[in-house]
Design a protein. Structure first.
Length: 507
């Protein structure tokens, strides 16, 4: 049986793990908004102003910190004034990116802000740079956040909202290297400067402007953006018109044109997926290194506002709706990502999984035939890791001499871990990626003593296991009593293909 040791110094704090690393993403794509969040006020399903309440309740249990909207690729063909005012008079539009379907714009700015208030989440609005104008985005900021009297304030009040909202996070375009305009990095960077200039701080609402950044490991794109706001190797504080840069990366098991099934996959596919998932460490390290050359004080945040697994759509569904099932494999991709996010907490400010409902690696699935709501295995990873929100990270030093698998021409370390402390409690997250073998794991805890530990385990008999309306708890967390105290920490046997959290008070 493989063995591993994790050394954790409980008295040596690291950077804070921002709760925004557990952010979410909702695009006008497939059944994420319409049929997911939004059912309309005439729906027989319990709703508040048309927003489906069981979805809200499920996400509130995750302490969802933020929600990105309206895209994605959709953001750069969305014109916000079409989505305000009386719903019956809002113009229809064609969603050319996702299924070429018509939308009635019934879910717009006011509905999104109401959704965020129900969720207790901060809004993250992505503006239209690809087909919009500087004035359009500037006026959207004014409409939402300005008090007093102005043209956009009067329009907002005429549409039923007297007080301004607080909206901190604004995306300056989306994937401008692709669906957001097919721009060159230099041109996109110039537009980011221009748009950010006219996205004003109104009153005490201070914007966090996030420039459309790189795809995967395009470090040159990040460098081009950083050159617009600072100088190479200097001590100067970066210019303050951009506070963050985005990056996007999806996990696949093969080439883009043949992503494979979400549920019908073999062990080789599984290991290739996990190797791809771990590549996010290399990608974040590369972008962080480039940013460090221009921003030694790490005042500009890196924002991974699209991540997750991407499989072939479920048979019989609209190929433009990106509906896929969600198995234990997806959950282990998520748990591994979070360990890596915690490692990069000093630079990584936000991360948004794609997407929240019914699209890609979703938290919840809503069944169109029965109206049932299903919590996915990925949902449970988010819930089990809530204790890391705004906690102080602790470095985990892993020794895994024989806990690895050969995958093609690369080695995959099969144990992943992270830890944090908050409010006198330590939370340790552990993943065994080995498909077949358990691992004997020793937690060498130094610098403090702990009280009685409590542990929860997420696993299933088969890695392709997933939840359905007929079997909603096929993959669900359960109590785990296999954690034993030792003279200097804890010991346990971590089952194959499993995720475990251990929580203990600091004595």
């Amino acid at each position: 049986m493989p063995e591993a040791t994790a050394v954790i110094n409980l008295d040596i704090p690291g950077p804070t793990i921002s709760r925004h690393l557990y952010g979410h993403f909702a695009e006008h794509l497939g059944r994420c908004i319409y049929g997911g969040f939004w059912v309309g006020e005439d729906s027989p399903l319990p709703n508040e102003g048309g927003i489906r309440l069981d979805v809200v309740e499920a996400l509130r249990a995750l302490d969802i910190p933020n929600l990105r909207w309206p895209g994605g690729c959709f953001a750069d063909e969305y014109h916000w004034q079409d989505g305000v005012g009386p719903r019956e008079t809002r113009p229809r539009m064609v969603n050319t990116h996702w299924g070429n379907v018509e939308e009635n714009n019934h879910f717009g700015t006011h509905e999104f802000m109401a959704l965020c208030e129900l969720l207790g989440a901060e809004p993250y609005i992505n503006g239209n740079v690809g087909s919009g104008t500087v004035r359009e985005m500037s006026e959207w900021v004014e409409y939402l956040t300005r008090d007093g009297d102005s043209p956009m304030v009067r329009l907002r009040k005429a549409n039923g909202r007297e007080e301004p909202w607080r909206v901190k996070y604004w995306g300056i375009g989306n994937e401008t290297w692709g669906c957001g305009g097919n721009m060159r990095a230099e041109y996109s960077a110039d537009l980011a400067r221009q748009y950010a200039t006219y996205c004003r701080d109104h009153g005490d609402n201070k914007l966090y402007r996030i420039a459309s950044g790189a795809s995967d490991d395009d470090y040159k794109w990040t460098e081009t953006l950083m050159q617009q706001i600072s100088c190479f190797g200097c001590e100067a504080t970066p210019k303050n018109f951009l506070q963050g840069l985005s990056v996007h990366h999806y996990t696949l098991s093969g080439p883009w044109e043949a992503k494979g099934s979400a549920t019908a996959f073999g062990t080789d596919d599984y290991y290739r997926t996990m190797l791809s998932a771990k590549d996010i460490d290399r990608i974040l390290t590369g972008h962080s290194t480039v940013m460090d050359l221009y921003d030694r004080g790490r005042t500009v945040g890196l924002v991974l506002d699209e991540w997750g697994t991407w499989w072939d759509v479920e048979p019989g569904t609209n190929p433009g709706f990106l509906y896929q099932q969600n198995t234990l494999r997806d959950a282990l991709v998520a748990s591994t990502h979070f360990d890596i996010f915690h490692k990069h907490a000093a630079r990584l400010h936000m991360a948004n999984i794609a997407q929240t409902v019914n699209v890609l690696q979703a938290m919840v699935l809503t069944d169109p035939d029965t109206d049932a709501l299903v919590l996915t295995p990925t949902y449970h990873v988010f819930e089990m890791n809530k204790g890391h929100h705004d906690a102080t990270s602790l470095a985990v030093h892993l020794r895994t001499d024989n806990a690895r698998r050969r995958v093609g021409d690369a080695d995959l370390d099969t144990v992943s871990a992270s830890a944090s402390v908050k409010d006198g409690t330590v939370l340790i997250s552990l993943t065994n990626l080995d498909a077949e073998e358990p691992v004997d794991l020793t937690l060498d805890l130094r610098g403090a003593t702990i009280g009685e530990p409590e542990a929860r385990l997420l696993t299933a008999d088969r890695i392709p296991a997933h939840n359905t309306p007929q079997a909603p708890a096929a993959v669900a967390p359960r109590a785990f009593d296999g954690v034993k105290s030792t003279g200097q920490g804890l010991a346990l046997t971590l089952p194959p293909h499993s995720f475990l959290t251990v929580r203990a008070p600091l004595a």
